[in-house]
Each structure stands twice: as structure tokens, then as C-alpha cells.
Design a protein around this ligand. Structure first.
Ligand SMILES: Nc1nc2c(c(=O)[nH]1)N[C@H]1C(S)=C(S)[C@@H](COP(=O)(O)O)O[C@H]1N2
Ligand SMILES: [Mo]
Length: 298
């Protein structure tokens, strides 16, 4: 359990973003924090984290209902101990990885990230978690792997939303291997130094801050390395509206609404919408998409 709850900051401790800057982020100089003067990040809205209340009461987690307040109300039924993550496919060491065992091997960091839902609302979340690349290294990625597929728990007895065919359960997501290996991509295991609340995807969920929120799959039980682009839930539901990449892009509108601006949760009833930034402000990922037509590969 070494390091599991080494981040004991509470909400009250987070007065400035500097409180959450850790050494690794400073060294990297690019880990998505709003350091003035570093590239596009300087243009981004200041990273004043949303409150614990905002982050844990306004959620999308259709396994517990489709209303924004349903997950907070219903997700207490989810049991997360014991929890195993099956890592399989093109890896050297496939198997069932115990959550506590994973935690004992990973370095838990603080990452304050902007979070932008495809529905055009946003938050700033002070996550705790580890880099997905470190977990994949544990399993040993084989040379033929090109994509990573993710799967959420399927347990209708504890996830009442799964009793209705709202989505094609279990919820699945996917990344290209280079996206998965990018240092900004984390498996989040907590918020504000507390274990991940059920409604936010306990005990561990993906966070890919430059992509729309639905890519950040919750309560992950399986990670599969493959050589083919995996199916993804919202793309299966409506391929015209939700692509595989789903990078935040203010110049590519959703067929039914503009993506140029966003509503920051917690800003109050009369808060102005703020401009949405390309890659949600994480310009350092642009090189992953060199030569790609991002209007076609939305
Ligand atoms: N398994 C699962 N993961 C999911 C979802 C879901 O319904 N089921 N919703 C997605 C969407 S649309 C968003 S915006 C984010 C919301 O994360 P949050 O509730 O922690 O803000 O979770 C994503 N991950
Ligand atoms: Mo979303």
C-alpha cells in the first residue's frame, strides 16, 4: 500500500493550483497544469478546481441512471472490494491484477485537469492517480499492440441502469496505443486525496484530459491490448455524433450543438460561457495527430 494515500490534502488545502503541483509535473513542465507562459496552457482558464460537492454530485454514469444526480444517489450499491483488473491481449504477463496490488506498485500523483464533457459543460478536477503507461509497463506491452480497449464492470445487481438497454453494456472505450502511453493519460484512483467516489468511477477510472469526457471510462475491470481499433460505446450508439477519437475541438461542432464554448459547472446561474480550447488546452498532444484530418477523424 506504499504511497496509496500519501496525498492527504483536503479540499481546504487547495487554495492555489501550486498546492497540487508536484515535482514530476514541474520537471515535465507540460503535464496539463496552467503554468503561465508555457505554450497554449497560458491561454487556458485558470485551474481553480471545482468543489468536492460539484465533482461528486453532477455526474454522467449511465449504469446508475441518466440524470446528472442519479449516480450520486444510486452508486452506493456498488461494491468495490475486492476489485481486479484483467489485463490481456498482446501483453507478456496477462492476468487478473488485484487493485490493492496495483496501488502498491504505482506512484500516485496529483493532477489538476480540465474536464470537458461532449455535452458542453466542464469542470476542473484535482485527480489522484497513476500514469496508464506505468500499468501497461507492468503487464509488458508486446510489439504488435496498437490499441488499448477498456471495459467497465457489468453487474446489473449493483448497477441498476444496466437492467435497461440504454447503452450496449458493458460500457467499453478505446485509445490508440500512443494516446494510452502519453504521460497526460492517467488511471485516476481518487479526488482531493480521497478514494474515488463510486459515482465518479470507483475504484479506478481512465482520465484522458484532451478528449471528451465519455472517453474517460469508469470502474474499469478489463484492459486489452490489441492490433485493431476497438469498438467504443458511444460510437456504437451513434457513429455520426461520436467518433473514436473525440478530441476536444471547438471547430468541429456536434451535429446538434456548438462545441465552441462551454459552461463551467459551479459558476452560478449567470456565469458566462467560456471558450473551449483545442485539445481542451493540452496542446502538447497535437503531435499525436500530425497529418490527420481532425474534422474527418472526430
Ligand atoms: N462506465 C461509464 N463510464 C463513463 C460514463 C458512463 O456512463 N459509464 N460516462 C462518461 C461521460 S459522458 C462523462 S462526461 C464522464 C463523467 O465523469 P464524472 O461523472 O466523474 O464527471 O464519465 C464518462 N465515463
Ligand atoms: Mo460526457
Amino acid at each position: 500500500m506504499a504511497g496509496r494515500w500519501k496525498n492527504t490534502l483536503t479540499e481546504n488545502d487547495v487554495t492555489t493550483e501550486a498546492a497540487f503541483l508536484n515535482r514530476r509535473q514541474i520537471m515535465a513542465g507540460l503535464a496539463g497544469v496552467g503554468l503561465a507562459g508555457i505554450g497554449g496552457a497560458a491561454r487556458a482558464a485558470p485551474l481553480q478546481p471545482n468543489s468536492w460537492e460539484d465533482i461528486t454530485s453532477y455526474n454522467n454514469f449511465y449504469e446508475f441512471g441518466t440524470g446528472k444526480d442519479d449516480p450520486a444517489r444510486n452508486a452506493h450499491t456498488l461494491t468495490t472490494k475486492p476489485w481486479t483488473v484483467k489485463i490481456d491481449g498482446l501483453v507478456d504477463k496477462p492476468g487478473d491484477y488485484d487493485f490493492d496490488d496495483i496501488m502498491s506498485k504505482m506512484t500516485i500523483e496529483d493532477r489538476i485537469y480540465r474536464f470537458r464533457c461532449v455535452e458542453a459543460w466542464s469542470m476542473v478536477v484535482p485527480w489522484n492517480g497513476f500514469e496508464l503507461a506505468d500499468l501497461l509497463a507492468l503487464a509488458g506491452v508486446q510489439s504488435g499492440a496498437r490499441y488499448v480497449a477498456f471495459e467497465t464492470l457489468y453487474r446489473p445487481a449493483e448497477m441498476p441502469g444496466q437492467k435497461a438497454p440504454i447503452l450496449d453494456w458493458p460500457y467499453v472505450e478505446g485509445l490508440r496505443l500512443d494516446e494510452a502511453m502519453h504521460p497526460l493519460t492517467i488511471m485516476a484512483t481518487g479526488i482531493y486525496g480521497k478514494p474515488m467516489p463510486n459515482q465518479n468511477g470507483a475504484p479506478l477510472r481512465l482520465v484522458v484530459p484532451w478528449k471528451y469526457g465519455f472517453k474517460s471510462i469508469k470502474s474499469v475491470v478489463r484492459i486489452t491490448l490489441t492490433d485493431k481499433q476497438p469498438p467504443t460505446t458511444w460510437n456504437k450508439t451513434n457513429a455520426r455524433e461520436y467518433g473514436f477519437y473525440s478530441n476536444v475541438n471547438p471547430t468541429v461542432d456536434h451535429p446538434r450543438w456548438s462545441q465552441a464554448t462551454e459552461r463551467r459547472i459551479g459558476g452560478g446561474l449567470f456565469a458566462k460561457r467560456v471558450p473551449t480550447l483545442m485539445f481542451n488546452g493540452y496542446d502538447e498532444v497535437a503531435s499525436l495527430y500530425g497529418g490527420m484530418d481532425l474534422k474527418r477523424n472526430f
